[in-house]
Design a protein around this ligand. Structure first.
Ligand code: C2E
Ligand code: CA
Ligand code: CA
Length: 748
């Protein structure tokens, strides 16, 4: 019977207030977390938001459920009270009916005198024995007063039985004990319940025995006291609401009653299976229940929030701790954390010796330039995973600078280390598939082994392993090398060159020499090749030595820029250079850059240099770069520049490659021509074949490093063949070159 059950909470809702407080609190908490942990990144903020969202959803559900259950519990208690009232009323009435039945049985069929005598006794004992009985009233069949105590007499004399409906009830002459509330008394201080027994004496005269009970005492109010938070009213009639809890607080108006409380339930009770009464039970202090709920809920929420913040803070400090030690991309240790880890590992377990290995991706820079950082990041991650998979349990792994990895192995023999690293290198060369790109790479590794743990010195270990790595790279990469002392000297030299070159670049002391290129048919100078020269103060450093170093350090870009600048100055200054081709060497590391062609072009046009008189010389390089390089060269040729493939016949060159080559000039390397002039037929044939092949492809040929007359003679049969070498001239400083050109003219 829930007719009047409101979830009265939602409308006048203090919960909303608390809820907003909680939201504010959460926001505040998030700000604090963010402020104290600056490193908490957006990703984590997203996670925090998700957790907050989940927390709020769960919390709201729990909250709603809890409020509902509080109200439900209250409702259940109120109902329990009503049920208790019902039982009490029925018990009391039942007891009284039994008592009256006994009296009736005793006096029935007696003589009038006995009837009166017995009744006097009973009346006395009953009215004394039961508080609830106010009086016993005996009436004759005409409803005249026969006997009764003071209460009964007043009751009678005050006309409490005068209503026709009451009279009719009295004279129904039923065998059973009847009961009825006396409507005239209901609104008085003593609402009266009447129990009626009809007796017939031996004389056949009828008498009515009326027990008058105080309704207030039907219920054991002391017992009900523990349920006093509910004000309960029994609807005796539509205009009398009997207060179960308090005497003299009966109400006459239901709507007034309902309006004065926030929440109530109503239920019918059944009195002796004869009458039904509506009972209204009001939660008399609804507000305090409400407040209790809010407090409970707030505590729940605050606990929730505190746990949440605690977890977050703990989590982010854990994340921060992890980050401090680990590389963000690969999750491997950082180099800076390696020392601590080494100490930790060696203190946990006893080891005798260790080895340091550095692994580095060959030509990573070229991969980086052609594929971009995103794919390269993936690639590095991929590589790190493969390294991890094959060495995780036996080595400490850290990520070095960009494409290098540092591994510390313990108690491993040089032989098994070599085997391990070599098979790792093989694993790493297997194709890496990233975003549909199949990337093939090779890896070089250097290792230094130490006999005692005392030799641990991160800087020194890395330096020595690095020297071995440099050696592996020098030998062409894709291999493994152990550190030896002799390597160190080489390494030191490299480091010195790198540092000195840095100064040279800063002070702009690089120079450019030019080597003339002659056409063999008429000995004219058709062009010159610009070659960089660098004196480190004491001696000339060969470009063959410092250019490769500059390529690995990235200094090559600056070298190239300075050379090009000087060449352009010279061309502008000396008209002799303006009607011949001037060739400049460029590293693939320069050419591969996106803006190479456009920069070169604008520089040349700004300085009014005829594009057809300018040659870009480039040495073929590893296959990974080829595709990109070729497309750059096509771009240059399309603009009308000359492109020369340098050093053809060494390293990576091949005939089939020539056919796809946009270059219009092929420079045959000295290596290739050595011996040819000695009239060794095999070499001669090969040389001739290559030259014809180039001619067939419409490319002009420059033979490099020509020193002897024999070769000159041999070559002169080729129409338009050009040569360059000591036979004619060494590379010359610009003044000497100009003299050389002038003298050559005079000779003509
Ligand atoms: P390269 O481009 O093949 O240059 C020709 C080299 O052969 C020059 O060495 C030159 O001095 C040398 N040479 C010329 N004729 C003869 C000869 O008859 N016999 C012998 N044995 N050698 C001869 P250099 O100047 O030491 O340059 C070495 C390499 O350094 C060059 O080889 C080139 O690859 C590179 N290089 C030089 N200057 C530059 C530059 O400005 N930029 C770049 N990226 N590389 C440069
Ligand atoms: Ca060259
Ligand atoms: Ca060359």
């Amino acid at each position: 019977m829930l007719q009047n059950f409101h979830i009265g909470l939602i409308d006048s809702n203090p919960f909303t207030f608390t809820l907003s407080a909680v939201f504010l609190f959460t926001l505040f908490a998030a700000i604090i977390v963010k402020a104290f942990h600056k490193n908490v990144q957006i990703i984590e903020m997203k996670r925090i938001k998700l957790v907050v969202f989940i927390a709020v959803s769960i919390g709201t559900a729990v909250w709603h459920q809890a409020s509902l259950s509080v109200v439900k519990a209250e409702e259940a208690n109120a109902r329990a009270k009503i049920n208790l009232i019902e039982t009490m009323i029925n018990k009391s009435i039942e007891a009284q009916i039994k008592a009256l039945s006994r009296i009736k049985a005793r006096v029935n069929n007696e003589s009038f005198d006995d009837f009166k005598r017995l009744l006097d006794i009973d009346q006395k004992t009953y009215t004394n024995g039961y508080n609830i009985i106010k009086g016993v009233l005996v009436l004759d069949s005409e409803l005249n007063f026969v006997s009764g105590n003071t209460f009964s007499r007043h009751f009678y004399l005050n006309g409490m039985l005068e209503k026709p409906i009451i009279k009719a009830w009295l004279t129904r002459d039923l065998d059973d004990i009847q009961f009825a509330a006396n409507s005239l008394t209901l609104n008085s201080a003593a609402p009266t319940l009447m129990l009626l027994a009809t007796v017939e004496l031996a004389t056949k005269n009828k008498y009515y025995i009326l027990n008058l009970l105080d309704i207030n005492l039907l219920l054991d109010k002391d017992y009900l006291h523990y349920l006093s938070q509910y004000d309960t009213y029994l609807e005796l009639t539509k205009s009398i609401y009997f207060s179960v809890d308090h005497n003299n607080e009966n109400k006459t108006n239901l709507s007034e009653l309902i309006n004065s409380y926030n929440h109530f339930i109503t239920q019918k009770i059944n009195v002796m299976d004869l009458v039904e009464h509506e009972v209204y039970s009001f939660i008399n202090d609804y507000d305090s229940i409400h407040t209790d709920t809010i407090i409970d809920q707030s505590i729940l929420w605050l606990t929730f929030i505190f746990i949440f913040i605690f977890v977050q803070v703990a989590d982010s400090s854990r994340v921060i701790q992890f980050r401090a030690k680990h590389d963000e991309l690969t999750g491997l240790l950082k180099l800076t954390a390696l020392e601590d880890e080494f100490i930790k590992v060696t203190s946990e377990k006893h080891f005798n010796n260790f080895s340091t290995v550095i692994l580095k991706v060959d030509l990573f820079e070229a991969i980086y330039i052609s594929l971009g950082y995103k794919i390269c990041d993936e690639l590095i991650n991929n590589v790190s995973l493969r390294i991890r998979e094959s060495t995780n349990n036996i080595a400490l792994i850290a990520r070095g600078a960009s494409d290098s990895f540092v591994l510390y192995f313990f108690d491993i023999s040089p032989e098994s280390l070599e085997q391990k690293i070599k098979s790792l290198i093989v694993e790493l060369t297997e194709a890496h598939i990233i975003d549909d790109n199949e990337i093939n790479l090779s890896v070089s590794a250097g290792a230094a082994t130490y006999r005692h743990l005392d030799s641990f010195n991160l800087r020194l270990n890395l330096q020595q392993a690095n020297v071995a790595l440099e050696k592996a790279k020098e030998l062409g990469g894709n291999q493994f090398h152990f550190y030896q002392q002799s390597m160190e000297d080489k390494y030191n030299e490299t480091v010195t060159i790198r540092n000195d070159l840095q100064n040279a670049l800063k002070n702009d002391v690089l120079e450019v020499f030019y080597q003339p290129v002659h056409c063999l048919n008429d000995s004219t100078i058709t062009g010159v090749e610009a070659l960089v020269r660098w004196s480190n103060g004491n001696e000339w450093v060969s470009p063959a030595k410092f250019i490769p170093i500059a390529e690995t350090t990235g200094q090559i870009t600056q070298v190239g820029e300075q050379v090009l600048k000087k060449v352009i100055e010279d061309i502008k200054k000396y008209p002799q250079l303006q009607n011949m081709t001037v060739a400049v060497n460029f590293s693939t590391k320069q050419i591969i850059k996106d803006d190479f062609a456009s920069n070169l072009l604008s520089l040349l046009t700004e300085n009014n240099i005829i594009l057809e008189n300018f040659t870009v010389e480039v040495t073929e390089s590893y296959f990974q770069e080829r595709g990109v390089i070729v497309s750059k060269l096509i771009e240059l040729v399309n603009y009308g520049l000359n492109v020369a493939i340098d050093d053809f016949g060494t390293g990576y060159s091949s005939l089939s490659y020539l056919t796809h080559q946009p270059a219009n000039i092929i420079k045959l390397d000295r290596e290739f021509t050595i011996g040819a002039h000695l009239l060794k037929t095999k070499e001669q044939k090969l040389l001739d074949t290559i030259i014809r092949f180039c001619y067939d492809l419409d490319k002009s040929v420059i033979v490099e490093g020509v020193e002897g007359e024999g070769l000159i003679k041999h070559l002169s049969k080729f129409e338009g063949i050009k040569v360059q070498g000591y036979f004619f001239s060494k590379p010359l400083p610009i003044h000497s070159l100009i003299d050389y050109i002038e003298n050559n003219k005079i000779k003509d």
